[in-house]
Design a binder for this molecule. Structure first.
Ligand SMILES: NC(=O)c1ccc[n+]([C@@H]2O[C@H](COP(=O)([O-])OP(=O)(O)OC[C@H]3O[C@@H](n4cnc5c(N)ncnc54)[C@H](O)[C@@H]3O)[C@@H](O)[C@H]2O)c1
Length: 330
């Protein structure tokens, strides 16, 4: 499959490396408004460089799909225009997170992909680990019994101060997607934020969730962490047992309610760290395109990303109004 990369920054480079590793995909085109960046990444992959989507689309390359790795305000403000142009032209898109920092634009991209019957995925890569998939199997096979609670922590050090809601909008599409992966749709949220020492933005968050299926949960998030804090943990508790998933892929433990015996897996599937999730997520995208998986069954779809963004906006509203807020339905 010929793949186009739109946005040749650090993350576009990572996407390109993942496509190059997959036996069924090659990077055939790179498009960046910065000609030097486009040329550098294109040269690394023997691909052609473009500075506009229109030129790339009329360049005579039979593109099977494109990754959109632009950035913009709150890390998602620039995805809309190139994504719409590609979808209008009938090209499947794998976008970066957040799908958009604006719900109306996120909704339009999801609607356009659906109306054209096109696969539209988002790089919500944290759930694409063998450990998360094993935990999901346990949930679905009933090993945990009736699901009761989920706890999620995701924190990094990010000193960027560009907007008040940058932390929740840019980082937490990931954590909320992992929570939705295990617990389903979110019905209501109650959110609290605080500004870390010396910060102008809401860089710390504690949020309580009620899920449509009846579970309850909480999210701890921060842009004032890093170092020995780790990146993330997720635990799910049910009537029969509990799992604890550490660092997305590094350690997965199952505890039964009946005894002290525990089962622990380290580095399941040989995955050593979060960086490898670009390969696993993009590999799944290529495999699903290759298998002709229907657009509504694409893993970590545009719709999933839009749902996560709706949860985020409900959190903002909850804090601003000091209220428990229902997540807007689509
Ligand atoms: N999934 C993850 O784990 C993860 C991790 C970090 C960042 N990200 C996301 O990756 C995205 C990109 O981040 P980055 O650090 O690589 O950004 P970046 O700013 O380094 O690169 C973005 C590139 O897009 C180009 N660009 C902007 N508008 C364009 C357009 N209309 N057409 C073509 N090119 C255009 C810019 O010139 C720039 O080179 C962000 O949305 C960010 O949130 C995801």
């Amino acid at each position: 499959m010929n793949i186009g990369i739109v946005g040749a920054g650090g993350i576009g480079t990572r996407h390109a490396q993942a496509y190059a590793k997959h036996p069924k995909s090659d990077v055939a085109a790179v498009c960046d408004v910065d000609a030097e960046r486009a040329a550098r990444l294109a040269d690394a992959h023997g691909a052609r460089a473009f500075t506009s989507i229109a030129d790339m689309l009329s360049g005579g390359i039979d593109l099977a799909a494109c990754s959109v790795c632009t950035k913009g305000e709150e890390n998602g403000g620039d995805h809309y225009a190139p994504t719409m142009e590609l979808l209008e032209a009938g090209i499947p898109v794998l976008g970066e997170k957040p799908i958009s920092n604006r719900i109306d634009e996120g909704r339009k991209m999801v609607e356009l992909a659906a109306s054209k019957g096109l696969p539209y995925g988002i790089n919500l890569n944290h759930r694409f680990t063998p450990a998360a998939e094993r935990a999901k199997d346990w949930v679905e096979s009933g090993r945990l019994g009736t699901l009761h609670m989920i706890g999620m922590t995701m924190w990094i050090d990010n000193p960027v101060e560009t907007s008040p809601w940058f932390h929740i909008r840019a980082l937490h599409p990931h954590s909320i997607d992992v929570m939705r992966y295990f617990a389903g749709d979110v019905r209501r949220v109650a959110a609290f934020f605080m500004k870390g020492e010396g910060r102008a933005i809401w860089s710390n968050a504690k949020i309580v969730f009620e899920f449509a299926g009846g579970m309850i949960g909480s999210l701890t998030g921060s842009y004032d962490a890093g170092g020995g804090f780790g990146l993330e943990t997720c635990d799910v508790t049910g009537s029969k047992g509990r799992f604890l998933l550490e660092e997305a892929c590094q350690r997965l433990t199952f505890h039964t309610r009946e005894s002290r015996e525990a089962e622990t897996f380290h580095f399941l599937g040989g995955m050593l760290g979060f960086n490898e999730t670009f390969d696993s997520r993009i590999g799944r995208w290529v495999d699903q395109l290759d298998q002709g998986v229907p657009p509504e069954r694409i893993d970590a779809s545009g719709m999933d990303a839009l749902q996560a963004q709706l949860v985020i906006e409900a959190c903002v509203r909850s804090f601003e109004r000091s209220e428990v807020v229902e997540v807007a339905s689509l």
